[in-house]
Every structure is written in structure tokens, then in C-alpha cells.
Design a protein around this ligand. Sequence first.
Ligand SMILES: Nc1ncnc2c1ncn2[C@@H]1O[C@H](COP(=O)(O)OP(=O)(O)O)[C@@H](O)[C@H]1O
Ligand SMILES: [Mg+2]
Length: 590
Amino acid sequence: MVNLTEHKFFTESDKLALGWFWRNYLKSKMIWLFLILGMTAAQGYVYREFLKLTESGMRIVFERGTLQDLFEICAMVTGIFLFRGVVSYLTPRIATWIANDAVQRMRDDMVAKYLSLDLAHFDKAKSGDVILRLVQQADGLSSFVGQQTVKALRDAATILILSTYLIYKEPFLFAGVVFVVPFVLFGLRRVSKRIKEIQQSAEAVMGDFINGIEEMTNGMRTIRISGQEEMEKRRLATSTKGIRTLNIRLQAAQALSLPWMDFAAAVAFSMVIGGGGYMVLSPEYETDGASIIAFLIGLVLVFDPARRASSYFVALQAALILFRSIHTLMLETPEIVDTPNSVAELDGEGDIVFRDVSFSYETNHPLLHNLNLVFRGGRTTAIVGSTGSGKTTILSLLARLYEPQSGEITFDGRPLCEYKLETLRGIYSVVSQDIVIFNRSIFDNVKYVKPEASDQEVFDAAEAADILSLMEERGSAPVGPKGAQLSGGQKQRIGIARAFLQNKPVVILDEATSALDQKTEDRIRGAMEGLMKGRTSIVIAHRLSTVTQADLIYVLEHGKLIEQGNHSQLLAQKGLYASMYNAQQQGYQK
Ligand SMILES: Nc1ncnc2c1ncn2[C@@H]1O[C@H](COP(=O)(O)OP(=O)(O)O)[C@@H](O)[C@H]1O
Ligand SMILES: [Mg+2]
């Protein structure tokens, strides 16, 4: 006897993933599922009746009964198969509805999950994997649950009902046939392990491929300018080749289940013809020809669904990989969340204080060291420093996109983590270094941050950010994916217009004017000052001319605070700030 325990068909995590899917997406449709079960049983039942009718029909022929009887049987056979036809039409319709409904809810949950995970998750996650899960794996599960599984249920019902009938009719013959079952299981077990392995690699390769496509489309400009088309082709060809190879291997492995079934069928059929024939010929048994023929037809009717069930079993092994992949995602939990007693009140006019804050993205690469900073309410504070010194990171900590490893950040005297995230993030308008532009009109792009704003508000904001004339010129024309049809300076002005529209108590400008030419910057300087006036403002810049008016300037180097003071104090200190400032002044005068 084969030892079936050494390789498990279902691992522990398979079971958890299946249980999760069942509880969340199928259980509520229990009544419909019972209906489907009933309908699949009805289909099996039709086969059984067919067998019975065939046997009686043949007996009429063998024993020279009336034509009238024969006709009745034919009519009944037609009738039950018509019934089966109707049921076969209804079952997949209900099943597809259940499956698509389940997968839609699952997809929505996945989207919600992605939107809830910490930003740190996306520093490492490949976007290809995100798309793969949401698009392809979810789709795969939909057809697996809605089509393959339901067909398999029908097959299982048929096998069960017919086998019971065959056992009842010819227990001896059936006992002989059962001998092939362990043989089939042995074959399937070997196949299932391979399928899981191949499917796992196929998912990884597909994820890489989607990632590659995304990078290619996003990087089209760079690829063309630097003439890297051939390199891109080769890079993506690695994925396409991988997908081809793995798909062929997967199909080959899946097909491997069929020879086992066919060989088992051959053994079973010859046993019935041989054994059954002997029983008919031998006077010891009462079996007649009609019952053996009916048994043989019954066996054919069992083997056909059994063959399909074995393919289903193989498909299940592949689907388990998808179930697990999605379940793994759903098990992830964000660390930055609201605490039970977090408060929703925050007026946004208080001081923001960093006390001994240390932070690193990777555990062994410390970035910010014991920072002590104060951003006074209603004042303008600037942070300057070379690129990579950690300026943007400070802003990420302010919005609690990341959590410091040690030290404390307080807003109005209360640690950030005691405010509701929604409240906290609702305090800031941020004009960041890389402004996200959608493929819509400029008007819609500005309005994006405040959908409830009136048209007039949007126009005013656009005017303040010096983008109104362009907005009117382009009208409703979309600006291309990621604003491809706009210049860097135009995108920044959209970002600034958004900040005007948002009108939040704290304004954060992260290199907000770095892509503007001096003339445009001078033109909107007044507007920018208007934006910051009376608000707590944090300005980050490496072009120091933009921060000279700040009440306090922090100079950051390699995550450490090295100087602080206002413009004239810092110049008098003759430190890093003074030398940077003088160097830049000379640069502009050239
Ligand atoms: N999400 C991230 N994961 C890992 N490292 C990061 C991440 N973001 C930034 N860094 C690193 O942290 C350092 C500071 O980045 P950043 O705060 O953006 O600098 P700045 O805004 O001063 O130019 C850089 O060395 C950068 O490579
Ligand atoms: Mg930065």
C-alpha cells in the first residue's frame, strides 16, 4: 500500500488559505452552494437512471419484449437527458455568479489592504507583484472556483452515485475495480508536488514580467534618449522566455496525470470484460449479459468524470499557490495605525517638536541621529542640506508615514501617535519634490486634492500658483500619463496650486520651486509668501535664496543637525551654511 503521508496534498498554510477564502467569501452564499450541490447530484442521478433504463432496454431486446416497451424507454432516456441539459445550464450560471461575486469582494479587500499597509511595505514590494495579485491571480481564482470546481463537484457527484449503484449491482466486479484506486492516488501525488513547484516559479516570473513592462513604459523617455532599446528587449525577453518554459513544463506536468488514469481504466475495463464474461459463462453466477454491459457502460461513465476529476485535482494544486499568495497579503498588518484612544482634535497651530529622534529605513543604515528640532506654530522654519541628508525623511516622519526608532515627535505637546492618522495627515498641505500628476485636465489635477471645492476656488488657486493661463489654454485636454505633456515647472505649479486650494494650517514645501526658473519663482514668490503667512510653514530647499526669509533655518548634514539660526546669524557663523550660500550667490551672478 502506498504511504500517502510523506508528501501532503494540502499543507498547513494551504488549509489556512482555503479556510480564509471559504469563511470570507463563500460561506455567506451557503444556500446557493447547497442548491448547486443538489443540482450536481441531480446530474449524477440522471446517469444512474440512464444505466437502469439501458439495462431494461437491453433485456427487452435480448428477451424479445414488445416494441411499445422499447419506445417508452427511449422516451424516458430523452426526457432525463433534457432535464440534465437544463440543470447543466443553470449550474454554471449560478456558480459563475457566486465566484465572480466572491472574487470581486476579495479584490476590493485586497485594494483596501494595500491602501492600509505601511509605506515601508512598498519600499520593498515589487509593483509587478501587486498587479499580478490583483489582476491575474484573482482572475485565476475566479475561474477556478466558478468553473473548474463546479464541474468537479458534478463529476464527484456522478462518481459517487454511479459507484454506489455499481456496488449494489455487482459487488464482486466492483471490488476488483477498486484495486486501481491507490495506483491512481500514487500517480496524482507525484504530479501534485511538481505542479506546486512549477506554479510557484511561474508566479514569480510573471511578477517580474509585469514589473519589467511597468518600468519600460515609465522609463520610455530615458530608454530612448540613452538608446537602451536592445537592452530592454533582452531584459524582457528573459521573462517571456521564462514564462514560456514554465508554462510548457506546467502543461506537461498536468498532462502527466492522464496516463495514470488511462492505465487504471485499461486495467479496470479488462477486469470487467474478463471477470464479467467469466461470470456470464459460468453457471455458478446468475449474472446475465445485459447486466454486464450495463456495468461496463456504468464504468465508462465513472471513468470519464474520474479523468476530469484528476485534472481538477491537478488544477487545484496550482490554485493553492494563488490562494496562498493572496492570503499571505491579507495576513500582513500595518504597524502605523490608530491607537484605541487616539484623539481627533488638532488645531494645527501649535508647535511641532522633535526630541532626540533617530530613524533609519534599514536597520543597519542609521539615517537621522538624535535630532532636536522645533517648528514654531505660525512661523516659517527651513531645513537645508545637501541631497540625501534626510530632509524629506523628516517630513515623512511628520506625517507618520514612518515611525522613528527612538525619540519622540510631538504636535502641540502631544505625541503624534496619539492623534488619529486621518486628523494628523489632514493638517498638512505638502508640495513635494515629485508631484503626482494624473492623466486628466489641469483643472481636474488641481481639484484632485479637494473634490468638494467650487470651480471659483480652483481658478483662484491656479491663479495664485501662476498656472491659470495654461489651465485655460489647455481646457479639458488631459496632460498625458504622469503629466508627460507638461514641463517640470508646470507640474510644480500644479502642486503649488493644490496647496493653495487645500488651505491647510501647516504648509510643507519640499523643494517646491526647484524646477522653476528664477523668473517664474520671483513671480510666484509673493503668492508663496501669501500661502505661508500666518501658517506653520516648513520649507526645504537646497537653493538657499528661497529660505533667507525663514524665522529659523536648520542645516542638516548626513542626518545630523550641524547649524541653526536665522539667515544673518548663520552667515555670521561662517559655517557650512555661509559657505554654501556664498557659493550659490556667485553661481547665479555668473
Ligand atoms: N524609502 C526609503 N528606503 C530606504 N532608504 C531611503 C528611502 N527613502 C530615502 N532613503 C535614503 O535616505 C537618505 C535620505 O533621503 P531623503 O530624506 O530623501 O534625502 P533628502 O530629501 O535630504 O535629499 C538617502 O540616502 C536615501 O537614499
Ligand atoms: Mg528630498
